[in-house]
Design a protein around this ligand. Structure first.
Ligand SMILES: *Cc1c(COP(=O)(O)O)cnc(C)c1O
Length: 369
């Protein structure tokens, strides 16, 4: 695939890039999430017959795509989201990158996109982070968000898997998700629209799932809620996910999260949280949890904590649930004990301030290596 003639001005190598990142971070809107992009991106093309070509690091800039490209019409596309952190030693680390690339391939398999070579893509992502290492912000809570994605580029309007694809990866320096400390958020329980059904594509990170969720997100915002709690598509009874995060509930001393039944995205953060909890001796059940059980637990006080997990926020405590016109508060409205401990532990590991007992952090070679 080509890029259009218009190229963004490469800033890499300009002295003071890190001070520019600091300046953006301190500006009124801060770095935010996915607002600024680094100087480079990764491109890799696929053609039927020859397979995936060599990944290339090129200046960040617009893509030139034929309007008949299948991705625009039938949404054959997948994406990933992972983070790199700059440690006090000045070196960058990626959090569980191989798990993200493996999941990319699982999403590819579901969407009939040819698998990428995991080692080759991982190596290319490392080189991209190395090239743009000066863009990684350093303040606590900040990171470099990496967004790899694949789009179907065949120029043919028949509904069939594309015969050509482009793999792209872009990077965005992102600010602290919680600028003023972890805050529980109000959540709207969506009882009409559904995000996904088992047998559908809910367990793939593919664009259509998020477009399908926008309508409910608007309704949530009208109710003053930050996100949607999704229920299952068959009975509108069992909890699935919260926004684009996996959902966890604490009933007494048991932590419950819905099982991966085909409609739920297998979060890398979900897996990390389950392993940390079990390592602490906390009992974690992957079992169906109904909205009725959640509401009853909130009324009788058995439900002590509720939170979402995902790469962007790590752990996002739920402050209240708005369900059928009722507002049910979780605990005392403050972040729960385990939610806080999980957030502090995971972000401590990511920043290099706590031991990485599970081997989740992977050092990125510096430019000189
Ligand atoms: C990406 C995503 C998650 C979280 O996955 P992580 O690997 O933890 O970032 C959960 N649910 C949905 C729908 C997602 O798209």
């Amino acid at each position: 695939m080509e890029r259009s003639g218009q190229e963004s001005m490469p800033l890499h190598g300009i002295r003071g890039l890190q001070s520019k990142v600091r300046e953006l971070q301190e500006s009124p809107g801060g770095l935010g999430f996915g607002r600024y992009f680094t100087d480079h991106m990764l491109l890799m093309d696929y053609e039927e017959g020859t397979g995936w070509g060599e990944p290339r690091i090129v200046p960040y800039g617009p893509l030139l795509l034929d309007p008949a490209s299948k991705v625009f019409h039938y949404g054959q596309t997948v994406f990933e989201g992972m983070k790199a952190f700059k440690w006090k030693d000045g070196r960058a680390r990626l959090f569980r990158p191989l798990d993200h690339v493996r999941r990319l391939n699982r999403s590819c398999a579901r969407m009939c996109v040819p698998a990428v070579d995991e080692a080759r893509v991982l190596g290319a992502l490392r080189r991209l982070v190395t090239a743009d290492a000066d863009w990684i912000p350093e303040a606590p809570g900040t990171s470099l968000y990496i967004r790899p994605f694949v789009v179907a580029t065949e120029t043919q309007l028949g509904v069939a898997p594309s015969r050509s694809y482009a793999f792209v990866a872009i990077c965005s320096p992102v600010g602290a998700y919680y600028a003023e400390g972890v805050r529980p958020v109000p959540i709207y329980v969506e009882t009409e629209h559904v995000r996904a059904v088992a047998g559908g594509v809910g367990d793939a990170k593919t664009a259509g799932n998020y477009a399908a969720g926008l309508k409910a997100q608007e309704a949530a915002a009208r109710m003053g809620c930050a996100q949607v709690l999704w229920l299952d598509g068959v009975e509108r009874e069992y909890v699935e996910e919260v926004g684009s995060m996996n959902a966890f509930f604490r009933f007494g001393d048991e932590i419950v999260t819905p099982p991966l039944g085909g409609s739920i995205l297998a979060g890398v953060t979900r897996d990390s949280v389950i392993r940390l909890l079990r390592g602490w001796g906390v009992s974690v059940s992957e079992r169906p949890v109904s909205i009725g059980e959640v509401a009853a637990g909130l009324r009788d006080g058995k439900l002590r904590e509720a939170f979402g997990t995902g790469t962007a926020a790590v752990v996002s405590p739920i402050g209240s649930l708005h369900w059928r016109g009722e507002r049910l508060t979780v605990g005392d409205g403050e972040p729960g004990e385990l939610s806080k401990r999980l957030y502090e532990t995971l972000s401590g590991i990511q920043r290099g301030e706590l031991p990485d007992a599970y081997g989740w952090m992977e050092v990125v070679p510096s430019a000189a290596e």
